[in-house]
Design a protein around this ligand. Sequence first.
Ligand SMILES: *Cc1c(COP(=O)(O)O)cnc(C)c1O
Length: 383
Amino acid sequence: MFSTSYIEISKYNYKKNLKFIKSQIGDQTLFSSVIKGNAYGHGIENMVEIAEWAGIRHFSTFSADEALRALKSSHKKSEIMIMGMISNEELAWAIEHGVSFFVFDRDRLEQAIKLGQKMGKKAKIHLEAETGFHRTGFELKEMEKVCDLLKGCPDAYSLEGLCMHFAGAESIGNYFRIQQQIKSFTEFEKLLQRLSLKPKHVHMACSAAALTYKDTVRDMVRIGIAQYGFWPSPETYMHMFKEIEMKNKNPLRRLVTWKSSVMSTKEVQKGEFIGYGNSYMASTKMEIAIVPVGYAHGYSRSLSNTGKVLIRGRMAPVVGTVTMNAIAVDVTGFTVEKGDEVVLIGKQGKAELTVASFGESSSQVNYELLTRLPDDIPRFIVK
Ligand SMILES: *Cc1c(COP(=O)(O)O)cnc(C)c1O
């Protein structure tokens, strides 16, 4: 294999996560699998394959390029939805292929309608409401005009959804803001009702909202991080702790295991420095192992002298700085040989390195760490 490390992605763990999330949102709720950011680092193609295998038929991407990849990898005619960037040039493509998209400004709306009419094919739109995220979305006042415009050309579009996004549902510090958003959203619903515009779906919840605020689960949800087996935050985890404790097990399972192998081993004498500079001095005679993974491979430089890996089922701390392509780890006291398996994230025997603990020590959150795993590390779907 021509790579210094590889990532395994467990499809059975995915199925377990799905089962748990569905137990929370109900079986009737449409589950859109969020696969932006290269499916949170898992690879769009891998995740479409796994999710379709597990019964998912709806995917959400950020942009048109991701939607194109999703469309190409889908074998079950799944719905694809673009939540963010789509240029006016890409709009025709989306309409042609039945890809739905968020609409949050006049220009996109007008272009979509124009194209829908010209192509004789309905643009599948989701109206995004501004409820307090203050990134994208129509203000209530604007929405009224948007609805008027839509009412005038019913053949140009199909109203797939009315939606919004939360500004940090994973943090209790945002509790008030989230409640305001929920309240504000009902105004948009009333407006559409009053104008007899009936969206096929109403969707607002991401992972944290769906798990924490049950009233945000409408007939559709957009789930990202939780399906990959991560809690959106420790708070979301704590929120569910009682329920979880009853069953005595964390119901979310990480899909990812990141593995490499020992490149070489070396004895270092007391008083010698390991690696560049003088950040680590051996305080006794030490045995170290070199692992061919560095910051160029997504192993953050801030894990210098703080990261840990698993070798032979034991924790081996990183010693010295993380370099571009390698780290040195302390394996003093255990027999390690060249070629031994090294786990950077995941389980080995009974020992486990979670991304969360890895993330904390590199001060990157799960989301960022996952998406930073370079695309060229081979990924394999495993049981
Ligand atoms: C990323 C994203 C989601 C999913 O968020 P998670 O916290 O990963 O579940 C849902 N909706 C929108 C608009 C998003 O950008």
